[in-house]
Design a protein around this ligand. Structure first.
Ligand SMILES: [Zn+2]
Ligand SMILES: [Zn+2]
Length: 306
């Protein structure tokens, strides 16, 4: 294979060793660099034009993309930290000559993990292995985001069930109560966070409740006190087909006498107190209406309120 093909096939970053192992000679590497097909990110590390800023930054520092930054690349919940998390053991190639800068050239913070892989899997030259990424992430994240990261990694099959069990067994003590409460019902980290916050608030919350049957059945993200459905708006859900199914869902939920609230990322992550107050009010109202219906079965729908 030619140098560019090898670099692309390995995720757009490759080391000299990886190129040699694929049968590329030193002369071919030099020619590819001279022609601009590939570029040298650092001594012994090459990138193609498809490599993104994180990959180039990691390569330049002889580091791997790690922790929440690695998880984020695969869609796994990774909290709100915008820093680029990298793994570079103290004795990594490049040695002590490479410092650990606090930020990259664009001003983005850099956070270094120096330890060797906990589970012994080296990963790719530019990104740590999935189990290492989640292991590092649950140590960098607060409890709420760490549990959301774990549920998200399981849901997305970023880790196998066996890997997840192994990881949870060794997880820090501060996470164990949350790990015991973990479910595999959440579509997203936002759903995990909302479900747990409301349960800790004292509500009964069911994840992925099914309404209807057969091909007409739909799932509600969360149902609070069996009377208010919460739909957590994944930002990827804006297609016409999805919109149609949203309308179907709203109609079926209303048909069950439930109220529906749609929550966005902002509502949950940046405006929770207002959102919680709205949920509380809606639940109280829905419970009142439900109890009124149950308590007065003889009242007709058209009966005047007085
Ligand atoms: Zn490429
Ligand atoms: Zn980290």
């Amino acid at each position: 294979m030619r140098p560019l093909q090898v670099v692309c096939s390995l995720g757009h970053v490759a080391t000299t060793d990886e190129l040699f192992q694929s049968g590329v000679s030193a002369r071919e590497i030099r020619a590819a660099v001279q022609s601009g097909c590939i570029a040298r990110a650092a001594r012994g590390i090459y990138v193609c034009e498809h490599a993104d800023a994180e990959q180039r930054q990691a390569g330049a520092l002889h580091a791997q993309i790690a922790c929440v930054s690695a998880a984020h690349r695969f869609g796994v919940w990774s909290g709100l930290d915008s820093a680029l998390h990298l793994m570079r053991p103290a004795d990594a190639r490049g040695g002590g000559a490479i410092t650990r800068p606090g930020m990259d050239s664009s001003g983005r913070a850099l956070h270094f993990h120096g330890a060797r892989p906990r589970f012994g899997n080296p990963g790719k030259s530019w990104v740590v292995d999935p189990i290492e990424a989640v292991w590092q992430a649950i140590h960098c994240l607060d409890e709420e985001n760490a549990i959301a990261c774990l549920e998200s990694a399981l849901h997305l099959k970023f880790l196998t069930v066996a890997q997840m069990r192994r990881l949870c067994l060794h997880a820090p003590a501060r996470l164990q109560p949350g790990i015991r409460e973990m479910e595999n019902t959440s579509d997203s980290g936002l759903e995990t966070i909302t479900r747990r916050r409301l349960r800790h608030h004292g509500y009964t919350v069911v994840g992925q409740g099914r309404i209807g049957s057969g091909t007409n059945s739909i799932y509600e993200d969360l149902v609070v006190e069996d009377c208010v459905a919460l739909e957590i708006d994944g930002r990827q859900w804006h297609g016409a087909a999805k919109l149609g199914s949203d309308y179907d869902r709203d109609l079926m939920v209303e048909g069950l006498g439930r109220r529906t609230l749609r929550l966005s990322y902002r509502h949950i992550m940046f405006d929770w107190q207002t959102t919680l107050a709205t949920i509380e009010r809606t639940v109280t109202d829905a419970q009142w209406v439900r109890n009124r219906h149950r308590g007065s079965p003889m009242r007709g729908q058209n009966e005047p309120w007085w």
